[in-house]
Design a protein around this ligand. Structure first.
Ligand code: NAD
Length: 512
């Protein structure tokens, strides 16, 4: 069990969070106005640190979604006509509002997602930076002139789809609600965004905060679960959907979208990401990279990019295991809104059980539990969905804990000695989101990067998303790329325009 500091548990929310929840009205944002669900439905929001219901939020009905899409459709032409400069001015106002309210959003993420507040403050810093960065990046978008015929002009433009639907995962609620709409907006689309059912608070608060700085209908926020998401997916006006979540839901969304027409659906899905430690790796840095790569201290390991399969060369294996265990045992697990907590609880009771079932199966399959494996001994209550950072060694590639996305604080170490075999094992999962290579041999590093089937590869690093570089996965980790100019183009339709510059249509090789 963890040796982190003993954490006095609170069974009620701290004052700042309680006041915030009392003062704030968590309404849907539709057409610039906050409102309840059309049929009055609500959903309980649970604090995973205490298991208490802390708020009730509207559960948007299909009619609410239809109203949101309609508001977005009406707002879109004027938003597009503002031009990039006009939209950049609105983005600057959004950035100011987020700066003003960032502590509030961080608290809300701590209370409904269970992510440590110190990590959520960092998320908000990234969000503000991102709001300011997208208009700059959009200025670099380019069309082409193409020499397709003699004496004429053929050029391309990029035009917004219209109304974009954005459906989000639970693990970085405010960061996603704010940043995952920006690429669509900056190129002239309007959006209907749905936060995850478990973590709606910061998205609804964000909607309320920007309602008077964004033209009405440009951003619409609808909270709800699968039925709300399905209403966005199957709305015929929503031609472009951006989804962040699990493989199973992503595949369902592709199918459901196709029932109403040809839609552009991009998917940011799961990962089962490999980290490979070579014999010449700097051991201390590799251990630090492994701890950071698990995202224990950002979101309890509930991250698509977590490097949760660590292949360590035989020559370093035992020392790596000892040092890695000692490092994660220092992590203080406790209520997410305590400044001293470095790691909070996982998202829900059901998810706690799911992660625990992988821990049980790894033990049953003969993996060695090095540390963790259950509730941290340092907690003085049985409330909250807490798990200690958990490390298994002697994991074999065929075990479920080494093949499937656990999406929790469980790290698997596999021993290797044969280079071809480790590459084969690293690639032998259905996902291909990130990978991490630890060596000082330049040739080995790049040769390995070349042969790994993953979309985002670090050499002697983990975790960090470098904004401006395309993020996304191979295989079942998704379709499309985000956080880069590629994402901007993905929110546009491309158009080609042919201009006849002389009076001879023969130049095309055909007569019309
Ligand atoms: P999830 O698939 O359960 O839910 C994601 C979203 O889809 C939620 O908003 C949910 O309400 C909605 N949804 C559920 N059923 C739906 C349906 N039938 N139609 C439309 N919408 C529906 O995923 P989750 O548990 O919130 O998130 C965890 C998963 O997300 C993990 O697999 C993780 O790897 C992945 N993820 C990927 C990235 C990435 O960038 N690749 C980032 C974060 C999370």
């Amino acid at each position: 069990m963890g040796k982190g500091a003993t954490v006095p548990m609170q069974t009620s929310l701290p004052k700042a969070a309680a006041e915030l929840l009392e003062q704030r009205e968590f309404g849907l944002l539709i057409g610039g106005r906050q409102r309840t669900a059309g049929d009055g439905s609500t959903r309980d929001v649970i604090d995973p640190s205490t298991e208490q219901v802390i708020a009730r939020v509207p559960e948007a009905t299909p009619q609410d979604v239809a109203d949101a899409v309609d508001a977005a459709r009406r707002a879109q032409p004027a938003w597009a006509a503002l031009g990039l400069r006009g939209r950049a001015d609105v983005f600057e106002e959004i950035a100011r509002r987020v700066v003003e309210h960032r502590e509030e959003f961080a608290i809300l993420d701590a209370v409904d997602a269970g992510n440590p507040i110190r990590a959520m403050r960092k998320d908000l810093e990234h969000a503000v930076q991102s709001i300011r960065d997208w208009p700059r990046l959009a200025l670099s978008m380019q069309g082409a002139t193409i020499p397709a015929s003699v004496g004429n002009l053929h050029y391309t433009t990029h035009e917004p789809y219209g109304v974009v639907g954005r459906i989000l995962a639970f693990n970085h609620p405010a960061l996603f609600a704010i940043t995952r709409i920006l690429a669509a907006l900056v190129v002239g689309n309007t959006v209907v965004v749905k936060p995850a059912a478990q973590t709606p608070l910061s998205a609804l608060a964000f909607g309320a905060t920007i309602a008077d700085v964004v033209p009405e209908g440009v951003v619409n926020v609808v909270s709800g679960g699968a039925a709300t998401g399905d209403a966005i997916t199957t709305h015929p006006i929503v031609k472009r959907i951006g989804f962040t979540g699990s493989l199973a839901t992503g595949l369902l969304i592709q199918k459901r979208a196709a029932t109403v027409g040809a839609k552009h659906v991009s998917l940011e899905l799961g990962g089962k990401n490999a980290m490979i430690v070579f014999p010449d790796a700097d051991l201390e840095q590799a251990v630090a990279g492994a701890r950071k790569g698990m995202n224990f201290e950002a979101c309890q390991g509930q991250s698509c990019g977590s490097t949760s399969r660590i292949f360590v060369h035989d020559s370093l294996h035992d020392e790596f295991v000892d040092r890695y265990a000692a490092s994660v045992e220092e992590i203080t697990v406790g209520p997410a809104y305590n400044d001293g907590s470095q790691m909070g609880p996982v998202i829900s009771d059901a998810h706690h059980e799911r992660v625990s079932s992988y821990i049980r199966s790894a033990r049953d399959d003969g993996a060695r539990l090095v540390t963790g494996g259950g509730r941290p001994a340092t907690l003085d209550t049985q409330l909250g969905y807490f798990l200690a950072p958990t490390i298994f060694s002697e994991v074999r590639p065929e075990m479920p804990v080494a093949r499937e996305e656990v999406f929790g604080p469980v790290s698997s170490i596999l021993r290797w000695s044969d280079y071809e075999a480790v590459l084969e094992q690293a690639n032998a999962v259905e996902y291909g989101l990130t990978a991490s290579i630890w060596t000082n041999n330049l040739h080995a590093a790049h040769a390995t990067a070349h042969r790994l089937n993953a979309g985002y590869i670090w050499i002697n690093d983990t975790t960090t998303h470098y904004w401006g570089t395309p993020f996304g996965g191979f295989k079942n980790s998704g379709v499309g790329r985000e956080e880069s100019v590629e994402e901007l183009y993905s929110y546009c339709e491309q158009k080609v325009v042919h201009t006849i510059l002389d009076d001879s249509t023969e130049a095309f090789g055909l007569r019309v």
